[in-house]
Ligand binder design. Structure first.
Ligand SMILES: [Zn+2]
Length: 401
């Protein structure tokens, strides 16, 4: 797998004549990250531009929680560790090789930061490439002890500020297995998403219904496929947790399901399928900010950094998956609502897709704030049609691989 990723990167170099130096550097960093022999040497990372960095006086940031996701199963292929802060600390990351009795590790050294009493000093995990997460001094740091052959990638998200470490377990050869699709109904719990009060529509509920209908349709048309939902009830689920599950389970496709909305009146609604990428499209930036629970400025500022975690080989798969889902969803949706608009496959920086190691897309299946679509969404036959379309798109993608 490593050689094919490397190849994809190199192909990107030679075929794209107009890449600027920065693009080459990002690609090179991507190649190195994917093919380097894991954490066997310190990787110098430039400090990210952090919000508030230029302020001379700053309060100490406070680490309030450490969440570990995806390491539930004994054979998990990875784990995601999320450090949640009040305030935004500067940090350095180091990837350190095994030394004596110390295993290879990722260390996040924090500046001007402290931790709350509730943060455990040490948590034993022993799954998904991760042995343990522990706090260390003298400079406050969070250390991830890795299992042999595992590696880690570090990035940050904002609003609230969190540092995310994606750990990949040592790659192993697996017997050919049934394809796995992870469906992610957007929002839930305290985050209902968009709404249309007049029709009694709440995005989190409609998305869950669409995901359940998609799962049952997919199981019917592709009995070999395994289908999982990130949530089956109206519960809170962080954006980071959603794709952590798909990574840990080595899913073959990840589909986050949402409903679009606009604060301004819309003259046409429509279906859009998004892949993760940087964009200057103001509409896409606004939408990503809403879905990420952040401000447009944050999305714009963080794009460059997150692009580094974007793998070219995975991006191609995501575009193929997006194209099929878009086409099939439109076709089925139009069987109920003939004027359903095609907003196409687009790019945007959705946090929920960052770090996904499989083809992954986000579908905005219709507009809650466009009257004809809102009215149709109150009816089962329209939801059924959209779900059938998403399922057909996923099945068509899996079968063509
Ligand atoms: Zn949404």
């Amino acid at each position: 797998m490593r050689s094919s990723r490397k190849h994809a990167c190199i192909r990107g170099w030679t075929n794209t004549s107009k890449l600027f130096l920065i693009g080459l550097l990002l690609l090179a960093a991507g190649c190195q990250g994917d093919s380097s022999p894991n954490a066997d040497r310190a990787l110098p990372e430039p400090l990210p531009e952090l919000p508030g960095r230029s302020k001379p006086e700053r309060d100490k940031a406070r680490l309030v929680r450490i969440d570990v996701y995806g390491a539930g199963a004994v054979d998990a292929a990875g784990a995601r560790v999320v450090l949640l802060f009040e305030g935004a600390p500067l940090f350095h990351q180091q990837q350190l090789p095994a030394q004596g009795i110390l295993p290879a590790r990722v260390a996040i050294e924090l500046e001007d930061a402290e931790w709350g009493d509730a943060v455990p000093v040490s948590q034993s995990i022993d799954r998904g490439g991760l042995k343990r997460v522990r706090l260390a001094t003298p400079n406050p740091r969070v250390v991830l002890d890795l299992q042999p052959g595992a590696s880690g990638r570090v990035f940050y998200l904002t609003d609230p500020y969190r540092i995310v470490v994606d750990v990949s377990a040592a790659s192993r050869s697996r017997p050919k297995r049934r394809p796995l699709v992870v469906l992610d109904p957007g929002h839930g719990g305290h985050e209902p998403g968009a709404a249309n009060e007049q029709h009694g529509l709440v995005e989190s509920q409609v998305a869950l219904d669409l995901a359940e209908l998609t799962a049952s349709r997919l199981r019917a048309i592709m009995p070999r496929a395994r289908v999982m939902l990130t949530r089956a009830t109206d519960v809170d689920l962080s954006l980071e947790e959603r794709c952590a599950l798909a990574n840990a389970m080595e899913a073959d496709a990840f589909v986050s399901i949402h409903l679009n909305a606009s604060s301004e009146p819309v003259r046409k609604g429509g279906v859009t399928t998004f892949v993760l990428d940087t964009t200057n499209d103001r509409q896409a930036l606004r939408l990503a900010a809403r879905e990420n629970g952040t401000r447009v400025a944050e999305v714009t500022g963080i794009q460059g950094l997150l692009a580094k975690h974007h793998r070219r080989s995975q991006a191609e798969g995501s575009l193929t998956l997006a194209g099929k889902i878009q086409r099939h969803t439109l076709k089925r949706g139009r069987s109920v609502l003939p004027k359903l608009s095609d907003r196409g496959v687009r790019r945007a920086m959705f946090y929920v897709l960052v770090g996904a190691r499989m083809p992954s897309v986000l579908v905005e299946a219709s507009f809650l704030t466009y009257e004809p679509e809102a009215r149709a969404l109150t009816r089962h036959n329209y939801r059924r049609a959209l779900a059938d379309g998403i399922a057909s798109g996923v099945a068509s993608y899996l079968l063509a691989r």
